[in-house]
Ligand binder design. Structure first.
Ligand code: 3EB
Length: 353
């Protein structure tokens, strides 16, 4: 029997640097999410086999694009199943799926985006059942024109309908124990989803300052979003914390409309509250704001300086943060911040960049 080594970890680099890496390095990856305004010049170079999600979102405040890569360990297996491309090691599976709404019937009783979402999530759950990676750690959801209205409903709300229907169809919990997630709007493109799943049961973490998103009232749409505020994943050798996209929401209400500084402060207070919930459940050393890797999605590029300054003030060190221009899933929200951290239980096989 070979030893099971689980050293799932993330790192960041530019798309150009990513493409230049030797094949042997890419062979050790579970997959990647890359963000840039334009698609990479030669996406095939990224390795046609690697689960690689390109998200059409401009990076702000830096000249280079940004890739978030997930390393696996030991022998990796890859495959394609329906619209999903995936790679896994013994402990974790990373997958990506892109699905165009144009494939779906506009005349049906479900909107095309709703159908695409339901199909994508059903495919994910079916794959995980087949390959025996039952537990979702984290979803990344990217939706074109997330705030636009069609068929009488905001597109984010159509997405929520399709997502919850898929959870229910597969007997997955929509009330508690949901995975961590984010849902952002990009300018164009198909529905794009990435996910990390595995064989260890994650702990779903909620935020006492906010009601569970799974219980948002009807005013935010006919079906609640299906995500937890964070998930804590313990693998044999390390522990990972995925903090979901977090915004200036207290209870269920968006606070500080139009005030980007106040929204940043409220968002960070929410992330601190999530850490305070996670830490009693986590092993040492505890998670703190300074150790997190952040992705900051901001609606208006002109807010970058203010948001970045406020984040530096609150974290009281230059935060490890990447800034991306995106639409947030409520019209009145100017930013959403997500974060990830990992610490070794025995040792860290690799470094965070
Ligand atoms: C919020 O707290 C802000 O629908 O998957 C954050 C994270 C948000 C995930 C999702 C939405 C999602 O409601 C929006």
């Amino acid at each position: 029997m070979h030893e099971t080594v689980s050293s799932l970890h993330g790192a960041s680099l530019s798309i150009a640097a990513f493409l230049k890496q030797p094949a042997a390095w890419k062979d050790c990856l579970l997959g990647a999410l890359c963000f840039s305004a334009d698609a990479p010049a030669n996406p095939a170079q990224a390795d046609a086999e690697l689960p690689f999600l390109h998200v059409a979102m401009p990076r702000l405040g830096a000249d280079t694009s940004f890739c978030e890569v997930w390393h696996g360990s030991g022998e990796l297996t890859q495959g394609q199943c329906g619209d999903i491309r995936y790679r896994h090691d013994d402990a974790a599976l990373f997958g990506v799926i892109e699905l165009s709404e144009t494939l779906f019937d506009v005349g049906a009783d479900k909107t095309p985006l709703q159908q695409a979402t339901e199909s994508a999530y059903r495919q994910v759950f079916a794959l995980l059942d087949t390959l025996h990676y039952p537990y979702l750690f984290r979803f990344w959801n990217y939706i074109a024109d997330i705030n636009a209205h069609s068929f009488g409903l905001e597109r984010y709300r159509q997405f929520n309908l399709g997502r919850q229907d898929a959870f229910l169809a597969h007997g997955r919990d929509v009330a508690g124990n949901a995975p961590a997630a984010c849902a952002l709007g990009s300018a164009r493109g198909p529905l794009r989803i990435a996910f990390l799943a595995g064989r260890a049961l994650p702990l779903s973490i909620e935020n006492p300052r906010q009601i569970s998103a799974c219980q948002y009232p009807q005013e935010y749409g006919p079906r609640s979003p299906t995500f937890a505020r964070a998930s804590l994943v313990r693998l044999p050798q390390e522990e990972l914390l995925f903090v979901s996209g977090t915004a200036s929401i207290v209870g269920h209400a968006s606070l500080h409309p139009g005030d980007v500084l106040a929204q940043t402060g409220e968002t960070m207070a929410n992330i601190e509250a999530v850490l305070a919930e996670a830490n009693p459940l986590a092993s040492q050393p505890v998670f703190n704001l300074a150790m997190l890797d952040y992705k900051v999605y901001l609606r208006r590029p002109a807010d970058l300086t203010l948001i970045r300054g406020e984040l530096e003030r609150i974290v009281s060190a230059p935060p490890k943060a990447v800034y991306l221009q995106a639409d947030i899933c409520r019209e009145d929200l100017l930013l959403e911040i997500e974060a990830t951290a990992a610490h070794p239980l025995i040792f860290m096989a690799g470094q965070w960049d």
